[in-house]
Design a protein around this ligand. Sequence first.
Ligand code: DOR
Length: 437
Amino acid sequence: MSALVIKGATAYAAGLPTQGRPGDVVVVDGVVTDLDAAAVPRNADVIDADGLVLLPGLVDIHTHLREPGREDAETIASGSAAAAVGGFTAVLAMANTTPVTDTAEAAERILDLGRSVGLVDVQPIGAVTHDLAGQQLAELGLMHRSRAQVRVFSDDGHCVGDARLMRRALEYIRSFGGVISQHSQDPSLAGPSACCHEGELSGRLGLPGWPAAAESVVIARDAQLARHTGSRVHVAHVSTAEGVEVIRWAKARGIPITAEATPHHLALTVEQVRTYDPVFKVNPPLRPIEDVEAVRAALADGTIDAVATDHAPHARHDKEHAFVDAAFGMLGLETALAVVAHVMVEGGPFGWADVARVMSSAPAAIAGLPGHGRPIAPGEPANLVLIDPAASRTVDRDTSMSLSRNNPWHGRTFAAGVYATILRGRVTAREGVPTSC
Ligand code: DOR
């Protein structure tokens, strides 16, 4: 029998009589058994969590783990370590690997690799189209019926541009309650060399950009297809005020649509691009402050349901180029909680219960992940994160668990940080160090 007691943390999750007040949580064999340390089993490990915040473990529905194919940028092991250090107990691995996760076998392989590492539950996302080519549907049903039980499908990095194919995919996945996470970006509006937000600044800097409308026109189309098919669409990494407006419109009509925002679209603006530093090149691009504020407001009012990292590791030889030539994407797993706390809790309208909602229960519900984002209550799996709201840590890209160094937060100091992550009662990371399994 293994037993753990978390003493004195202030917890924010459904099911806790001590919600918002210090209390104790007893975990036996991976399950919460008691909310009173009087019932502590002998030989229990004890975490003195005085002053710490306890939430259900974080869930990231948008992670790039790069394995198979680009193990020079990330592996399932290194990405799992980054996730555990970042407070995550579950991550969904995007399909744009080499080969693409577009078959049942490929999905099962990722599931098995994740299990063999054991630091975080790795759930594969299946591609919508074969080889992400946007021409024919991938093995959606077989991926769902496989051991990986794929429920989320995405061509992320590419938009499913063909409306007829998107309609067919939505019709197909409706039978098993799947969802398509769409990279909403009209390919004809975002030309091949576009590398940033199109606006006055891109003109001044001489960088080709793409307009906000490239995002909102696809969200509008997909909302109509979701309404027509009665099947679920999820909007990945919303970055524009126009996109938010369309999602708000669709939700008001009961259309089955959900959305996520990334920490970087909540905290960074297009002004970063002035430096021409390719670490700030990301897709969708960083936007003007008006868009950032609209995304924050949408997360606060529930128009945007969840935070997702879009953790996108890249090897130096792909990222360290002139801005136009560099790969799109930035790291996010290890810093997501600190950035969200900075923007939405310290400088915004959120309490910790809201963080639990947007970083745990809502993403777990979108992905249909059993055992994650659950109340902290007897009988529930002990998937938990302990946060130190006064950790005051400076981000150092060279101490990252990721194999990549494209960290846009390098040198920034954040007040809050993850203290420990607990997966089914086992501490998977503590004070920035993953535990071996
Ligand atoms: O910046 C990005 N990087 N956006 C994406 O959609 C894909 C991702 C990647 O795979 O690198």
